[in-house]
Design a protein around this ligand. Structure first.
Ligand code: ADP
Ligand code: MG
Length: 250
């Protein structure tokens, strides 16, 4: 579903991604962990067309990100083409980013109606089903300010799912939540995983990575330090940097 080959990304003089190689299989829960500043969010943003990479290749579902191949040459995608591709990728951030002036239901309906031109009634019914899927069937009429952080984050997940993405990116989805609200969001993500969604999850929740993850990559300083099955990496890390990081978060 995702393949990175020697992906490099710099901001001015600052090289943030220094040659990332990795592969995410369809249906996999792929956990990306590492210290703050190691480039995890930047990497997700590159996958989601929010940043352009400087070198290397990045493929999503077989498509080269940011470029179109024609007669053996690469052409940069136009904004409209990028927008079309981004529809296939759902993203959930640390902060929930809901529209404050729209109800939960309207937040979930918004993109299908505005971006895809879905008829309102159909979009409403599907949005209700999405809210039910994240355990919020009774909260459709609530505004974000009337919901807990965990509920808002689940609305954000329902909103991303409403576009029927083939890939979901989660960037520390529980980091901004009160501890007692983390479990509901992780349960919701676990259910999504069980339904076969391909997910890349940046998280410090090692329990989730161990129980739900199929693969884990430890990143530090813009490189992949080590990778493997989460249980292997978490119980038997091979590198000192991984051990040092895990001793802080476990
Ligand atoms: P992580 O998500 O692993 O904490 P980030 O990808 O957010 O790391 O950031 C990696 C590095 O890139 C940090 O040093 C950060 O300051 C820098 N960075 C991130 N975004 C930008 C930007 N838009 N402009 C300049 N530097 C940035
Ligand atoms: Mg980050």
């Amino acid at each position: 579903m995702v393949r990175a080959e020697q992906v490099h990304k710099s901001y001015g003089q600052l090289e943030v991604l220094k040659g990332i190689d990795l592969e995410v299989q369809p249906g996999e829960v792929f956990c990306l962990v590492g210290p703050s500043g190691s480039g995890k969010s930047t990497f997700l943003r590159c996958i989601n067309h929010l940043e352009q990479i400087n070198a290397g290749r990045l493929y999503v579902d077989g498509d080269l990100i940011g470029y179109r191949e024609k007669n053996g040459k690469l052409h940069e995608l136009k904004d409209r083409e990028v927008a079309l591709k981004r529809r296939d990728i759902g993203m959930v951030f640390q902060r929930f980013n809901l529209f404050p002036h729209l109800t939960a239901l309207e937040n979930v309906m918004e993109a299908p109606v505005r971006v895809k031109g879905e008829p309102k009634q159909a979009a409403r019914e599907r949005a209700e089903a999405r809210l039910a899927q994240v355990g919020l069937a009774d909260k459709g009429a609530s505004y974000p300010s009337q919901l807990s952080g965990g509920q808002q984050q689940r609305v954000a997940i329902a909103r991303a799912l409403a576009m029927e993405p083939k890939l979901m990116l989660f960037d520390e989805p529980t980091s901004a939540l009160d501890p007692e609200l983390v479990g509901d969001v992780l349960d919701c993500m676990r259910e999504l995983a069980e339904q076969g969604m391909t997910m890349i999850v940046v998280t410090h929740e090692m329990g989730f990575a161990r129980e739900v993850g199929d693969a884990l990559v430890f990143m530090d300083g813009g490189v992949v330090v080590e990778s493997g099955h989460p249980r292997e990496v978490l119980t038997n890390p091979q590198h000192e940097r991984t051990r040092a990081f895990l001793s802080k978060v476990l």
